[in-house]
Design a protein around this ligand. Structure first.
Ligand SMILES: *Cc1c(COP(=O)(O)O)cnc(C)c1O
Length: 360
């Protein structure tokens, strides 16, 4: 067996130690006589896992007591629609900040449930930076302001959350949650699909301020209501038990690595090594404003599009996986999530330098 260095944007690399533990426990988990997939989500063993995973996530992100943690399904995409359903009235506007493909999608999916207002957009520039501060037009009566903290496709990331005053800030953190410390108190609601920085697909982690749960309307199906999920401890129906279990292992792994502060330092180093190699190459190019560059997803292009196929084939042969860029942006993309070690980035840079020498 040979595991490669995996730069996939998602589903993405998992820590090898986590996979090994899951493998070791696959047939028999935690004294239950069965695998974690084969036991009741209402039994003591799984309920203990649920409680402990929440405690670990609360420790990792220093989540204040007046926030609830939910473990949901549907992918981040379902919550693009479900968030306005829960926390905006139909006669209210919701402010959206467009910084790339994911924030566009979020706005589109919200539009059947609220009046979407674009409060700021970097679309005209091709999403190579954040909208300049002076161009934001927030509506003080909006139900919430929605941002995507890290644009997985365009490689644009907020370094700090925007100040939205009294209006709750809602952030899709699918591709950068747990990659750095955050001040949860600056957000009303944080949500993230698990398959980038948490674990396997099919699980969504949500951190929501209690007062926003009070907005959830009583006349929507219970399965769509965040207040109902919170009241039932995320066990309103059968959760994604295996995904939740994998997330619990990743949370333990992160704690053992020194938590999100240690991860942030490593992630910054990984990104610095790769951006320096791109900028210094005279061959590769990343178009994003350096102040808004993502530490998680690094898109880059080659000088001639006909080299793309060669680069992909040779990188795959060198044991470097999934470098093909998203079709909206073209070129390549290296995703450097928590589970991607510095050695992977060093191997990528060495390959890129050799490739540039041979094709420059
Ligand atoms: C991957 C991703 C999504 C979509 O996640 P799904 O699980 O496919 O719904 C949404 N937002 C961001 C920022 C993402 O990176």
């Amino acid at each position: 067996m040979s595991r490669c260095f995996n730069f996939s944007a998602g589903p993405a690399a998992l820590p090898e130690a986590v996979l090994r533990q899951a493998q070791a426990e696959l047939l028999e988990w935690n004294g239950t006589g069965a695998s974690v997939m084969e036991v009741s989500h209402r039994g003591k063993a799984f309920m203990d896992l649920a409680a402990e995973s929440e405690r670990d996530l609360r420790d990792l992100l220093a989540i204040p007591d007046h926030y609830r943690v939910l473990f949901l399904q549907g992918g981040a995409t379902q919550h693009f629609a479900q968030i306005p359903m829960n926390i905006a009235r139909r006669d209210q506007v919701a402010d959206y900040v467009l910084t790339g493909a994911w924030s566009e999608k979020a706005a589109r999916e919200a539009s059947p449930y609220t009046t979407v207002r674009v409060a700021a957009s970097a679309q005209a520039g091709g999403y190579v930076g954040l909208p300049p501060a002076g161009q934001w037009r927030l509506d003080a009566s909006a139900a919430y302001v929605h941002v995507v903290s890290n644009e997985t496709i365009h490689g644009v990331q907020f370094s700090e959350p925007p100040d939205t005053g009294e209006v709750p800030l809602v952030a899709d953190m699918s591709s950068d949650i747990l990659s750095r410390p955050i001040d949860v108190a600056r957000y009303g609601l944080i949500y993230a699909g698990a398959q980038k920085n948490i674990g396997a697909s099919g699980l969504v982690v949500m951190i929501v301020r209690e007062d926003l749960l009070a907005r959830c309307p009583a006349d929507i199906a219970r399965i769509f209501s965040y207040a109902e999920h919170a009241a039932q401890g995320s066990l309103l129906n059968t959760p994604n038990t295996f995904g939740w279990y994998l997330a619990s292992l990743v949370f333990k792994w992160l704690k053992a690595q020194g938590g999100v502060t240690a991860m942030a330092a490593r992630n910054a180093e990984k990104a610095a090594v790769l951006y320096a190699a791109i900028d210094g190459s005279g061959f590769y190019r990343n178009p994003v404003d350096p102040a808004a560059r993502s530490a998680m997803n690094v898109p880059f292009t080659l000088p001639r599009a006909e080299l793309d196929e060669v680069f992909l084939r040779e990188s795959r042969e060198a044991g470097l996986l999934a470098l093909k860029g998203h079709k909206l942006v073209g070129g390549m993309r290296a995703s450097l999530y928590n589970a991607v070690p510095l050695e992977a980035v060093q191997a990528l840079v060495a390959f890129m330098q050799d490739f540039a020498r041979r094709h420059g």
